[in-house]
Design a protein around this ligand. Sequence first.
Ligand SMILES: [Ca+2]
Ligand SMILES: [Ca+2]
Ligand SMILES: [Ca+2]
Length: 195
Amino acid sequence: MKKRVMITAVFAVALVTRADVVFDFYTTANLYGALDEQQGPVDFTIDGVTATFTAVGGVMNRTNSGFGINADGSADTTYALDSGEALQVSFDQDVIITALDFRNFENGETMNVTIKDATNPVEYNALSNQTTDSIDGLSWSVTAGDTVDFAVAGDANAIALDSITVAVPEPAVISMLGLGGLLMLVGRRVSHKRK
Ligand SMILES: [Ca+2]
Ligand SMILES: [Ca+2]
Ligand SMILES: [Ca+2]
């Protein structure tokens, strides 16, 4: 009986502790190599999570200065998101955005992260590390297939995107089965004792 209880518990824990998946446009060469100069949509899979990337207002562009959108024939910041440009991302499964890392994010600038219809404005003052332009501790749910749209607010900003970190939540049904299995075993133990 003890053995069976332990197996159920380990199974449940293994599902809960899945590691974060990081889509790093600045340092992961395979990723930025696939996206560079493309308008998309471009699919890219890391650790079993497939993300689809699409550029609005130009093509995706990665340079040593950053990753962003290079607009056709205009004097934009080629390695960042300017007004009128957007990077759209969707995922093949439900994910939770837990962290974002930017570049060239200056005081007074705002990046709007719109998930489906809900806009989350990220302001400079909200960055948890202003030196590296990063924000963590986020818990933004994204349903499979929904679009996450990155676009600067206002018309004078240029912000580059370094990385998006997502966590994949464990399927609730399976965790319920794990809990149900434990309760069933407890029930059996109680009834066993009564005999
Ligand atoms: Ca640009
Ligand atoms: Ca950064
Ligand atoms: Ca800027």
